[in-house]
Design a protein around this ligand. Structure first.
Ligand code: ADP
Ligand code: MG
Length: 586
């Protein structure tokens, strides 16, 4: 994952406020409750003083006791409710951030996904967003309540004596400068700690994603070391952040003691010269101690802000990745009656995956009319899969252009373009969920009759009968494991259910046995009567019946023709045909 800081990145507080905005009233309510709790707490000593006075004067104390009891109850209820409201709001802020981030992840361009580690992205959605909780409660609330009390106390100090106020502010100012120096360190260490959590996610995902291979290679211990090192690194950076946080937190105590001593010295001198009364000095010293709690709240807000800001930087890094344009129209209903088949053409397409990588297509041109089957053949790495990725607009050509129905792909609404196409990618996955979920992924409205029909044509009826809960059986990651051939037939069924105008099959039948392969060949031939079908072919048998064959080699189209024409004219094709294509997978 690239960690470029974009120069125009908004400051963390602005990002936080954008997540907080939907919950601002709840947050304001929580802050008010916190202030009210504080006020009821502050009133108690005054009442206690009154009570003691009444007691010693032999006056009835029932009234004061009753008021105190009510205030204590109010303090407990307000405090509890306020804490609940604040935490609830902070969790809502986390939810808002998670929703925004996951929506964004699903719309990332494939180029961005290619360059990212899924485990790291996952840690940003789960772990970094969690840090916004503390940021909301500590920094926003701490700053609001602590800040208000601080201002209130400073105002009281100003009423008592301006000179002593100046002394206090100067001492606190020195502390503020030191915290200003420490704060970025907390931010950096915190960011590194979260990066280490991301790296750990990457390491865990890598191992769990290939656990069979790791076990078969006897690599558990070595892989364990990689994960442990990442965990250790997160620990190291976290305690570094904790160290700076502790220093900053302690600093407020030190500063207040320094202020106390200085005020005592300066104040003593002012009392000696008769500038102020002793009572005023005592009152002022008391106020210096009153500063303790708001200052530590504000310092906590500043350090908490740094931790949250580091998380926000990592969240924003995802939002800086290129994403696809939002759909301008609702995707047309894929399950509607099959529309006219599509025509596809490549015009001098040049393409490289990234600037650093060599060019993959060096001027690819071909035309596919509506209807019929076109096969792409050629050695592994020739650029066949890339042709399909470009048609789906997972990537855009660096030069040249591609048209669908004579219209450039850029001029299509992306959702509409993809709704036109049924794509079975090479090694198409089965998603975790039921078999039905998998089939309906691209055609949620398809009816039972359509599902039954596609199960028949892709020869999945037997599988459905064998599965314990039929179509509702869980398959994929957490469910019943399927064979490679079964997975491929599910992927083809999924694509056919979309009733696409263009069907792309990338080595979609490579793992089928001969009987199923022959059956699926008939199904595809049947589809090709009403749909434009492009296949990357694995077996000679699939290719011979194609209406046209595009021979690709090293990013170029070498020849286009029928099987008979190419066997006669094209040495590469003749050679591939002689070996039955069996060596050209992937
Ligand atoms: P084929 O399907 O004909 O075997 P591909 O289109 O998959 O070939 O790949 C063509 C070239 O592009 C290969 O050299 C491959 O390594 C490279 N390539 C494929 N996919 C990517 C990708 N996502 N990022 C970078 N390079 C890629
Ligand atoms: Mg391929």
């Amino acid at each position: 994952m690239t960690t470029v800081e974009s120069p125009g990145a908004p400051p963390a507080w602005r990002v936080l406020l954008s997540y907080v905005r939907p919950h601002r009233w709840a947050l304001a309510g929580g802050a008010l409750l916190a202030l009210a709790t504080g006020a009821t707490g502050l009133a108690l000593p005054l009442l206690a003083q009154r009570l003691i006075e009444n007691l010693s004067a032999d006056r009835p104390v029932g009234g004061a006791l009753a008021v105190m009891t009510v205030l204590m109850l109010a303090n407990a209820v307000l405090g509890g409710f306020g804490a609940y409201v604040l935490h609830r709001t902070a969790e809502s802020v986390v939810l808002t951030a998670r929703r925004a981030l996951t929506s964004y992840l699903l719309r990332l361009r494939i180029t961005a996904v290619d360059r990212s580690e899924p485990g790291d992205l996952l840690s940003r959605v789960t772990s970094d967003t969690t840090l916004l909780r503390g940021m909301t409660t500590n920094s926003l609330i701490g700053l609001a309540t602590g800040g208000l009390t601080l201002i209130g106390t400073l105002v009281m100090m100003a009423i008592v004596d301006l000179v002593l106020l100046g002394v206090t502010v100067a001492v606190i100012g020195v502390m503020a400068v030191v915290i200003g120096i420490i704060a970025p360190r907390i931010n950096r260490a915190s960011k590194r700690a979260q990066e280490a959590v991301g790296a750990m996610g990457t390491a865990v995902e890598r191992v769990l994603g290939s656990l069979r291979t790791v076990k078969a290679s006897g690599a558990e211990t070595r892989e364990e070391t990689v994960v442990h090192e990442a965990a250790q690194d997160a620990w190291r950076q976290s305690i570094r952040a904790a160290k700076w946080q502790a220093i900053a937190g302690n600093l407020s105590g030190v500063a207040l003691q320094a202020a106390f001593i200085t005020v005592l010295g300066v104040g003593g001198a002012r009392v000696a010269t008769g500038s102020i009364e002793v009572g005023a000095l005592v009152a002022f010293l008391l106020y210096v101690f009153y500063l303790m709690s708001p200052i530590s709240e504000v310092v906590g807000a500043i350090t908490g802000y740094q931790v949250g800001a580091a998380a926000i930087t990592r969240i924003q890094e995802v939002r800086d990745l290129p994403s696809e344009p939002p759909a301008t129209t609702a995707p047309p209903r894929p399950a509607a009656p099959r529309a006219a088949p599509a025509a596809v053409a490549f015009h001098e397409v040049r393409f490289r995956y990234t600037d650093e990588l060599p060019e993959v297509h060096h001027g690819v041109s071909f035309e596919v009319p509506p209807r019929g089957m076109t096969a792409f053949v050629g050695p592994s790495g020739a650029g066949k899969t890339t042709v399909f990725s470009l048609v789906e607009r997972f990537y855009d050509p660096t030069e040249g252009h591609i048209t669908l129905d004579g219209r450039k792909l850029e001029d299509w609404d992306l959702a509409e373009l993809r709704a036109t196409i049924g794509y079975v990618e090479q090694d198409a996955p089965v998603l975790s969920g039921s078999l039905r979920d998998n089939l309906l992924l691209g055609a949620p409205e398809a009816d039972e009759a359509a599902v039954a029909e596609v199960l028949r044509t892709t020869r999945l009826e037997g599988l459905v009968e064998r599965l314990p809960q039929g179509l509702e059986t869980l398959v994929g990651h957490r469910g019943t494991k399927l064979s490679g051939g079964e997975r491929q037939r599910i992927a083809i069924a999924r694509a056919l259910l979309r009733r696409p105008r263009l069907l792309l099959l990338d080595e979609a039948t490579s793992q089928l046995d001969a009987v199923n392969e022959a059956a699926l060949r008939d199904t595809v031939a049947e589809a090709a009567r009403e749909t434009t079908v492009l296949v990357v072919a694995h077996r000679l048998s699939t290719v011979t019946s194609a209406d046209r064959i595009v021979v690709m080699e090293a990013g170029r189209v070498q020849a286009v023709g029928t099987h008979a024409e190419l066997v006669a004219d094209n040495p590469l094709y003749a050679e591939l045909a002689a070996t039955q294509f069996l060596a050209t997978t992937s």
